[in-house]
Design a protein around this ligand. Structure first.
Ligand SMILES: [Zn+2]
Ligand SMILES: [Zn+2]
Length: 346
């Protein structure tokens, strides 16, 4: 066992505090990664606070992990010490079901093994990236290309793939008209990625507060959804709308912005059920869909795409002792656009 420093939540209401955790001994297919940077995702906060069901405490969250390989198991073939690598939202899956065989490990029919808060295949609870090091089976480790700095790469492992996968799945490319609802951690990556894919990109944000940023990040247009005229002006005009906000939205209003055959894809996860009128879909053969992260091969493709196009997340690097303050700022939407923890401070 390897004992490493980490930050853990010990209850739904208390702050995250310094602790140590044990990482398993290196199995033949395992990779030991010295973590360099760890992103803060909104899911970390939901889990740390038991907002998505009862969490088993103590828990170390974090699933936007970038680092360097320290050591590999005897039979590892894909990685060697010194390699720059990443780990995202899952660390294993059954590998045998139809979905796993298709490279859709995130939709594993037996449940993918989450990077934290899950039970690993050895029966031990998984602990995430707010730590100095992690041990992961080589098949769930991603290569971070040389052109990509580790700090801006970390958020790609969740925010990047969560937006890349639906853009690819729904065929976004040159000529596509894409709207992104919300310019936060996910939204800002969606704008960068859709722009790099050649789409015409529109941001739909509550206000025009972040307009300058949106345009700088690659958006062609920026509209305030607080302005009623926006919905009339943009009716029937998008092929894909990516909803990145977790707040409850007026689905019918947004569906009205889709062109014929357009799809509104939800990647944000509101707690309350959403309602939709059938006639928001029928008259223009519209679809309402969901999407969750991406498979391992697609995540590698996304990292390579980002390196090729010089894309990384917009980040603010913090020290471990600032995590609790950072959580409050995430909840207040006071971050442009992702906090990344310097893992040397754990
Ligand atoms: Zn996440
Ligand atoms: Zn499976």
């Amino acid at each position: 066992m390897l004992t490493v420093n980490a930050y853990a939540a010990t209850s739904a209401t208390g702050p995250l505090t310094p602790t140590t955790i044990e990482r398993r001994d290196l199995g033949p297919h395992d990779v030991l990664i010295d973590i360099t940077f760890s992103g803060i995702c909104h899911s970390d906060i939901h889990t740390a606070r038991s907002e998505w069901g009862a969490t088993n405490y103590p828990i170390v969250v974090g699933h936007e992990i970038a680092g360097v390989v320290r050591e590999v198991g005897a039979e590892v073939t894909k990685f060697a010490a010194g390699d720059r690598v990443g780990v995202g939202c899952m660390v294993d899956s059954c590998r045998e079901c139809d979905n796993c065989r298709k490279g859709l490990e995130q939709y594993c029919l037996n449940g993918n093994v989450g990077t934290y808060g899950a039970v690993d295949r050895d029966g031990r609870p998984t602990q995430g990236g707010y730590a100095q090091a992690i041990v992961v089976t080589e098949d769930f480790v991603l290569r971070i290309p040389d052109g990509l700095a580790l700090d801006v790469a970390a958020p790609l492992l969740c925010a990047g793939i969560t937006t890349y996968s639906p853009l690819r799945h729904w065929g976004v490319g040159p000529g596509s008209r894409v709207a992104v609802i919300g310019l936060g951690g996910l939204g800002h990556m969606a704008v960068k990625l859709a722009h790099a894919m050649g789409a015409e990109v529109t941001v739909l944000s509550q206000s025009l507060k972040k307009q300058e940023d949106g345009l700088r990040l690659g958006a062609d247009h920026y509209y305030a959804t607080g302005d009623e005229e926006t919905f009339a002006k943009l009716a029937d005009s998008f092929d894909v709308i990516l909803n990145t906000v977790s707040a409850k939205i007026d689905l019918d209003a947004y569906l009205g912005l889709l062109a014929v055959d357009g799809t509104l894809v939800n990647v944000g996860a509101p707690e309350e059920p959403l309602s939709v009128r059938a006639f928001s879909l029928i008259p223009a053969r519209r679809s309402f869909a969901g999407s969750m992260i991406g498979g391992i091969a697609e995540t590698q493709e996304m990292l390579d795409f980002c390196a090729e196009h010089g894309l990384g997340a917009e980040i603010e690097v913090i020290r471990a002792e600032q995590i609790n303050e950072a959580y409050e700022r995430v909840l207040a939407s006071d971050v442009r656009y992702r906090f990344v923890i310097d893992a040397s401070t754990f």
